[in-house]
Design a protein around this ligand. Sequence first.
Ligand SMILES: C[S@@+](CC[C@H](N)C(=O)[O-])C[C@H]1O[C@@H](n2cnc3c(N)ncnc32)[C@H](O)[C@@H]1O
Length: 173
Amino acid sequence: MIKLSYDIKKYRKDILDLINEEDTVIELGCHIGGTTKILPETCNVIAIDNSPEAIGKMKNIENVHFISGDVRRHEVLAEAYKIVQTCDILAIDLGGGYHPDTVFKVFYIYSSTFKPKHTIIRNRGLLEFFNSAECGEDNYVSKEGYLDSYHDSGIPPLIKEFDFWTPSLKNDD
Ligand SMILES: C[S@@+](CC[C@H](N)C(=O)[O-])C[C@H]1O[C@@H](n2cnc3c(N)ncnc32)[C@H](O)[C@@H]1O
């Protein structure tokens, strides 16, 4: 199942409604653990965030393996993949108003790599798109937490596109 929300309380409720006690969770954008801390302590959690604030707060939580880094970077994905190769829950909150195109790309890369049973995403733009788009007649629906049409794509060799998305042009100075 894939769930979209914007309200943080709804995001957390969606996770708690779907999670089981022994689940493996990958949480992208954990910040200082507001959501991480309400997950069952019996879960195995891999939490990733690039904020310096997260480092002190997220280290040394018993059931949480914290990775400090940018989720768009291949080495960060690879570090998570060394720890687990699949997950039950993929939770993505890079900030509710974060660019939806980036959030979708991050969802696509992580979900096709870890094949979660459920993905929960907090993002206003994706929610607005989903609520506003009229569907065509083709009935493509995934019951899992990843897109069924891409489930055999494997681990992306390198996320080269991310290089193009930096705010400044690298070779411009
Ligand atoms: C709204 S906060 C997350 C709040 C958290 N999910 C909670 O429930 O308390 C968004 C977080 O996403 C992180 N973030 C945004 N872009 C990121 C990226 N590219 N890589 C890693 N973390 C990112 C920010 O550092 C920030 O801590």
